[in-house]
Design a protein around this ligand. Structure first.
Ligand code: SF4
Ligand code: SF4
Length: 57
């Protein structure tokens, strides 16, 4: 299980420093999460102004 960042991401960067395992980075158009390392903590979702990070289906 991992979080994914939805297209609604505005690339504000707020989530990147909050991730305890550093798996969030700026992608081509939006920020992205490396699913292999995500520990499903929800810290990124807690700071996102547009609720873009969500648990993957
Ligand atoms: Fe990082 Fe936690 Fe967000 Fe996964 S859920 S990307 S571990 S902050
Ligand atoms: Fe995108 Fe939300 Fe992260 Fe900002 S905090 S970069 S809007 S996912």
């Amino acid at each position: 299980m991992a979080y994914v960042i939805k297209d609604s991401c505005i690339s504000c960067g707020a989530c990147e420093p909050e991730c305890p395992v550093d798996v969030i980075s700026a992608g081509d158009s939006i920020y992205v999460i490396d699913a292999d390392g995500c520990i499903d903590c929800g810290a990124c979702a807690n700071v996102c102004p547009v609720d873009a990070p969500v648990p993957a289906e």
